[in-house]
Design a protein around this ligand. Structure first.
Ligand code: UDX
Length: 436
């Protein structure tokens, strides 16, 4: 089966390479000539573990190719995926659908065979209806169906998530859409991945509901962590204690500095806008967004406390370890590190940082921060060492070396990757999240 993937960013490229690996014939399309040139040279536009090897082997096998021409790329494709960005529209938080609609129009104008058009981009409820209208209006002369098929890929684990999904959600309004999508996902169906067929609008909402629920779970445990600090309890044990209840589940209950990334912040905001438009308030999600926003700067204030309070901190130095919103990505979007760095530099603290993949992306977002070649270079002369992102490289720091290099043995662990007693036994002042 031939598949066209319009948009060769994170979602499009991972999905395209995985579909090719299942044996489909895939063309990835992107308007950005330099991105396509680099892909031809085997250079990935993003950092995602395993993606370069997957792309290389499928290109070699002749199942994966790249082009800037949409009309060429979609020729003969039974399924045409729209996987372009839907950023938050500046000013109002609505998802910006201009890229999706522009692709829909071009697809409608260029369609040269019967095809199913699939929205993979995260789009608000009702977008599929509009895509269908645009394609119809552009004079498409072939049979087509518009289907919603949201992605649930986590950055850093996207290939595994694609190949072994908890579920595949397909929102289709007719048999043509359902039949083609069954064929697209047949290899996964054989792996016994469950496929849930719903209406198109339901499928669109499932994506937002899933992300909002996960963001709520994280925010809930973060607030419990604050309460733990006040009452002298341990949030990791609280997570275990509630997570062992199957109805709650243990995942997404790690307290930390607040969620970031390309999905949760943007999708929760877009869901609020949809709720507002339909006059059906989602107050829980409103609270989650507000609590998470204020948490990021609160984390900066936590570091200031560890430096002796805002006044004493002026002129001191902090070392930030990890800048990306989570490990195994170079993505800085809405990373808590941005607010932490800003709070510190606003208070006159000198900040040095190290991140295994994200420093190039981070530097423009935190121009006053000095980027270092390794964690120990950042720690040199620091009055507090702060773990912001839980990269594996920070899980076994040489604490004796940290003590020798730093100006003071102060460790602030915003991801709870160390054990308080161990670190304190080595002579450190140690602060973490929701543990005393
Ligand atoms: C998320 C969803 O998991 C995915 O299904 C969707 O398609 C896109 O959004 P992603 O943003 O890549 O994926 O990362 P994820 O691993 O879900 O983490 C999101 C944020 O939550 C990170 O900032 C992470 O540090 C934070 N988090 C996650 C916690 O603070 N605690 C947790 O227990 C889990």
């Amino acid at each position: 089966m031939k598949i066209a993937m319009v948009g060769s960013g994170y979602v499009g490229l991972v999905s395209g390479a995985c579909f090719a690996d299942f044996g489909h014939d895939v063309v990835c399309i992107d308007k950005d000539q330099s991105k396509i040139d680099r892909l031809h040279d085997g250079i990935m536009p993003i950092y995602e573990p395993g993606l370069d090897a997957l792309v290389e082997s499928n290109v070699k096998a002749g199942r994966l190719s790249f082009t800037t021409s949409l009309a060429e790329g979609i020729k003969g494709a039974s399924a045409i995926f729209i996987a372009v960005g839907t950023p938050s529209r500046r000013g109002d938080g609505h998802a910006d659908l201009s890229f999706v609609y522009a692709v829909a129009k071009e697809v409608g104008e260029s369609l040269s065979n019967d095809a199913v058009i699939v929205t993979k981009s995260t789009v608000p409820v009702g977008t599929g209806d509009e895509v269908e209208r645009i394609i119809k209006d552009s004079g498409a002369a072939h049979r087509f169906a518009v289907v919603s098929n949201p992605e649930f890929l986590r950055e850093g684990a996207a290939i595994g998530d694609f190949k072994r999904p908890d579920r595949i959600v397909i929102g289709a309004e007719d048999d043509f859409g359902r039949d083609v999508m069954s064929e697209v996902y047949r290899p996964l169906f054989l792996n016994e991945s469950p496929i849930l067929f719903t209406s198109r609008r339901t499928s669109e909402l499932i994506k937002y509901a899933a992300n909002a629920f996960l963001a709520t779970k994280i925010t809930f445990i973060n607030e419990m962590a604050d309460l733990c600090e006040k009452v002298g309890a341990n949030v990791q044990d609280v997570s275990r204690g509630i997570g062992m209840d199957n109805r709650i589940g243990s995942k997404f209950l790690h307290a930390g500095p607040g969620y970031g990334g390309s999905c949760f912040p943007k999708d929760t905001l877009a869901l609020l806008k949809t709720a507002e438009d339909y006059d059906s308030p989602t107050r829980i999600v409103e609270a989650v967004v507000a609590v998470n926003d204020s948490r990021k700067r609160a984390m900066g204030r936590k570091v200031l406390e560890a430096l002796g309070g805002a006044d004493a901190a002026r002129g001191k130095k902090a070392a930030l370890l990890g800048l990306t919103f989570k490990p195994n990505t170079d993505d800085m979007r809405d990373s808590p590190a941005i607010a932490v760095a800003q709070t510190l530099t606003d208070a006159g603290v000198e900040v040095a940082a190290y991140d295994p993949e994200g420093m190039e992306q981070a530097q423009p977002l935190m121009p006053e921060v000095t980027m270092c070649d390794d964690p120990y270079a950042a720690i040199e002369g620091a009055d507090a060492t702060v773990i912001v992102t839980e990269w594996d490289a920070f899980r076994a720091l040489d604490l004796e070396r940290v003590k020798t290099l730093a100006n003071a043995p102060v460790l602030v662990d915003l991801r709870n990757i160390y054990t308080p007693d161990d670190v304190r036994a080595r002579g450190f002042t140690y602060e973490s999240i929701g543990r005393v």
